[in-house]
Design a protein around this ligand. Structure first.
Ligand code: PLP
Length: 721
């Protein structure tokens, strides 16, 4: 980066926003401004609780919508400024964060002036920034956080969705309704990047033969800037302003326009800011059109098509997340041409060659064009997201390399991981502070350190687990009351009954994730011999279940699954022991994942590429009961949780088998083990299993290990000249 261009990367704009906020706060609270303008506070020791203690009621009720402190009443701000303890905590947090950000970049072979550009359609960093739908986005957010921790030069590029992702409401018939709300970006630590003239920096992208102006927002995730592109400007045509309105917008033509803005706009935005990446990491194919723009730039500088493609390939790596061919969105040439316009012609590439890049068989003009095929063909290295998914992807994409054996298909794997300090709840971190070496936060991949979990006194671990479960029950009751009252207008007695639902001492099973058919939430209703009712019945060993998850708006089958579960609530016993929480998101997920004892995962193999929620469970001391697929196929070792081995073959028979296996496992092993107590009321063997699960899973399935793997196995295999 040159001196002059450095001014354009948005840092100055962040500094200005901090200064403006600080000027509006009473002097002792000035450090708040620094802290809130970087999401680093989320995982800095002590600052998460300091920031969320600013206004617990505001924070929870608004579910993160009022993020910045200026939205709190003046009286409250004045009161806070007078609380010396709070001010001291905040000061300490601000200093710790500053010290972290001042560390030098790691010596990794990636020069800080040529960072890795990470392109993804969604990012899940925190609930206040609703530009994620689920696992893919949260993984991207966790990746940026870990890159910051490891001081690896990286910049994120995505889109700023004015209405974020859809919200879910369940109506009185049990049917999912979707709605969208405007995100108030003024209250978020997101700032518009300006140019030397102090006006918003823009780049132009030709979409459907119209020039669209794209502006750039910056948000800091630790030391990693995340740039978000936005077409909602007054000088754009109303249709074009709509392009970046909603994540995974229903209309496929607008979605394609989003991919164009992300791909072409992303490359141009980086150039406009003076950022020259040494490598582009496409996280899923949505940003793959960036390849074409980079080819164009090389050709404009004199390279031939072949030279440009070869050079761009050397600087591109690709991670695929989709284990079924049908999951890779395809477009016909007729659909792509109006959106891309004369891009191919301007490159001087024959259209057949151009569109052939996105086809498995480049000469088959009937074949739809997919971003995945484009990305695979034009990247130096590609990987799946678990060992098993790597193998599935090699088989699936074998037709792209017909001359090779399946094993020889150049797709490897880097197993996903989760950002430990984001996902581990406060009480569990406090337990580790008391029992592990004080520097455990900086030794997350040190398996030796995690062995020490075995020495934690059972009573302390059990107390932490009980506290986390109790917190979840409180949260679930409150949410469920709010759902009944707020969105369905249920009868008052029914609304109030939510306050008595669930029990903080009962074995709590969680199943919260996207409600897609392959995740098989419906299996719970197919347990043989009325198994679900038996589990939920009163008795010496009761079970309760917390469910959550959104169905895709067009997925009627998944909505029907939700409706069926919902229907069961008419039975008072079921209503007491099983709740469905609406609008699953990053506000709810950490609370649910920290509090449940058992996490159910029932995907139909091999459709779970990796899955990450089970990792978040493990680091909070929950146990996994999962089908052997995705990450669990390589993580399960016979002692660190439970597994269901799905037979291959007919889906109906798989369901029958797995429903039976699940019930047998729960009734035969899981439930009895949880309720097996010694004279002190402590479930010794249950805690033993938790310790094994934590000690073996945490050091391997975390985002730091994942980013190190990317560095060693993907980024630095670069034979660059
Ligand atoms: C971790 C996470 C996911 C991923 O869940 P899987 O079931 O493992 O795919 C999805 N949504 C949210 C909000 C998450 O935090």
């Amino acid at each position: 980066m040159t001196e002059a261009s450095q001014l354009n990367d948005g840092r100055r704009d962040i500094e200005r926003a901090i200064a403006e906020l600080a000027a509006r706060l009473p002097e002792p609270l000035a450090p708040v401004a620094r802290v809130v303008y970087n999401y680093r506070w989320l995982w800095a020791h002590g600052s998460r609780s300091a920031i969320s203690s600013i206004s617990p009621s505001n924070w929870h009720q608004s579910r993160c919508k009022h993020y910045l402190i200026q939205s709190f009443p003046q009286a409250q701000i004045r009161a806070l400024a007078g609380q010396s303890q709070f001010v001291a905590r905040l000061q300490a947090a601000a200093e710790a964060i500053d010290a972290d950000l001042r560390r030098p970049w790691a010596q990794t072979g990636i020069p800080p002036e040529h960072p890795v550009a990470y392109l993804c359609a969604e990012y899940g960093v925190h609930c206040s920034l609703p530009i994620y739908a689920g696992g893919l986005g949260v993984l991207a957010g966790d990746t940026l956080k870990a890159a910051s921790d490891l001081a690896i030069p990286m910049v994120g590029v995505g889109l700023l969705y004015r209405e974020g992702y859809m919200h879910q409401r369940i109506d009185e018939t049990g049917w999912q309704q979707e709605y969208w709300t405007d995100v108030d970006f003024d209250r978020l630590p997101v700032v518009l990047v300006t140019g030397p003239d102090e006006r918003p920096l823009t780049v132009e992208v030709l979409v459907r033969h119209r020039s669209v102006k794209v502006q750039i927002w910056r948000v800091d995730i630790g030391r990693i800037p995340l740039y978000l592109l936005d077409t909602d400007r007054e000088d754009n045509h109303p249709i074009d302003r709509w392009i970046t309105s909603r994540l995974y917008i229903g209309d496929r033509h607008t979605r394609l326009a989003q991919y164009l803005v992300l791909g072409l706009g992303g490359v141009r935005a980086l150039a406009a800011m003076g950022i020259e990446p040494s490598l582009v990491h496409l996280n899923e194919g949505h940003g793959a059109l960036s390849i074409l723009e980079r080819v164009r730039v090389r050709m404009a500088a004199g390279a031939s098509v072949e030279e440009a493609l070869a050079a761009v390939r050397q600087e591109t790596v690709f991670t695929t997340h989709t284990p079924v061919t049908a999951g890779n969105e395809g477009y016909t040439q007729e659909e792509m041409e109006p959106v891309l316009g004369d891009f191919a012609d301007r490159l001087g590439i024959a259209r057949a060659t151009f569109y052939g890049l996105g086809r498995v068989n480049p000469t088959n003009e009937q074949e739809p064009i997919t971003l995945t095929a484009l990305a695979l063909r034009t990247s130096r290295v590609a990987n799946g997201v678990s060992r098993r998914h790597g193998a599935v992807a090699r088989e699936m994409w074998h037709p792209l390399w017909p001359e090779r054996s399946v094993e020889g298909v150049p797709i490897g794997h880097v197993t996903n991981g989760v950002h430990t300090l984001t996902w581990m709840a406060g009480p569990m971190q406090a337990l580790l502070d008391r029992n592990l070496d004080p520097d455990w936060r900086s030794r997350l991949c040190d398996a030796g350190l995690w062995q020490r979990i075995a020495d934690i006194p059972d009573g302390d671990l059990w107390a932490a687990r009980n506290a986390l479960r109790a917190r979840l029950i409180d949260y679930a009751r409150e949410r469920s009351m709010y759902d009944r009252l707020g969105s369905r207008g249920d009868r008052p007695d029914y609304v109030e009954s939510a306050a008595a639902a669930l029990d903080p001492t009962v074995l709590t099973i969680g199943f919260a994730r996207r409600v897609a058919n392959y995740k098989r939430l419906y299996l719970l209703g197919r347990l043989p011999e009325d198994g679900l009712m038996r589990l939920l019945a009163d008795g010496p060993r009761p079970v309760q279940i917390i469910l959550a998850g959104k169905a895709h708006p067009q997925d009627k089958e998944a909505k029907e699954t939700i409706r069926r579960r919902f229907e069961l609530r008419r039975d008072a016993q079921v209503a007491r022991r099983m709740v469905f929480l609406e609008d699953y998101d990053l506000h709810m997920a950490p609370r649910v994942m920290a509090g449940v004892d058992v996490w159910l995962n029932l995907p139909r193999p091999p459709l779970e590429a990796s899955g990450t929620s089970g990792m978040k469970i493990a680091l909070n001391g929950g146990l996994n009961v999962s089908v052997l697929d995705g990450w669990w196929a390589e993580a399960y070792d016979g002692q660190n949780g439970w597994a269901i081995e799905t037979p291959t073959g007919d889906p109906y028979q798989q369901d029958e088998h797995d429903a039976r296996a699940l019930l047998d496992l729960l009734e035969g092993e899981v439930v009895p083990l949880f309720y097996e107590r010694d004279a002190d009321g402590i479930p010794r063997r249950w805690l033993q299993r938790i310790k094994i699960s934590m000690a073996r899973l945490i050091p391997s399935f975390n985002a730091e290990r994942m980013v190190r793997d990317y560095l060693e196995r993907v980024y630095s295999t670069r034979p660059r000249t």
